[in-house]
Write a protein that binds this ligand. Structure first.
Ligand code: ZN
Length: 210
């Protein structure tokens, strides 16, 4: 079963993936993660990717597709969740050539709510933990004790730019997939466990119908 997860930054895609991973076995394919893994592997492709990113350029579409294709070919799990890909309709058409989709989950969150969440978010530079200003009032990582930071690109200008990009490029994907009857929309403003339950229900119902 192949699932695409779509949502504005801050809509909790990562949390959903974490929460459903105890109930559902899948290969998680995130573009950002794939690129980082390829670089870490030290492969020729990875070195290419590193050079492109270090120069501040975007990795081109074909390269991302190659990585996804390679990953799908090596995947042993029956289920795949895509996060951050496809990013636009053109990429969706590319993905169709690689695999058939079964479900598209759209985590719907109002821009204002996403904004609040992102600005409330803190990251641990040492262990990678993500928490919030509300939860970690001391500003210290509860897991390793390092000083928590806001990500450099979590400022209002950068967030607005990413939102604009989402609404102009990614949002049309939802209509595109609605026409294929693939979309389940989930209210991302609910509590994390409620959101995860709704996503799990959509997955189960889909399996049931098949
Ligand atoms: Zn930490």
């Amino acid at each position: 079963m192949n699932i695409v997860l779509i949502g504005i930054q801050g809509s909790g895609k990562g949390t959903v993936v974490e929460n459903i991973s105890s109930q559902f076995e899948f290969d998680y394919i995130s573009t950002g993660l794939l690129l980082r893994e390829e670089i870490a592997s030290g492969s020729r492709l990875g070195m290419q990717v590193k050079e492109i990113i270090n120069k501040g350029n975007l990795v081109d579409n074909q390269l991302v597709l190659d990585l996804i294709f390679k990953r799908l070919r090596n995947n042993k799990k029956a289920n795949v969740i895509f996060d951050g890909f496809p990013r636009n309709v053109s990429q969706a058409k590319d993905l169709e050539k690689l695999c058939e989709l079964d479900l598209v989950v759209y985590l719907n969150l109002k821009k204002e709510d996403a904004f609040k969440r992102i600005l409330n978010r803190l990251n641990c530079p040492k262990c990678g933990l993500t928490t919030s200003v509300d939860k970690a009032k001391s500003g210290i990582c509860p897991s390793c004790g390092a000083k928590l930071e806001r990500r450099a690109d979590d400022n209002e200008d950068a967030i607005n730019k990413r939102f604009e990009k989402f609404y102009s490029e990614t949002y049309p994907l939802i209509d595109y997939y609605k026409k294929q009857n693939l979309v389940v929309e989930v209210d991302a403003n609910l509590k994390p466990n409620e959101v995860a339950d709704l996503v799990m229900r959509a997955i189960n119902e889909h399996n049931y119908q098949k």
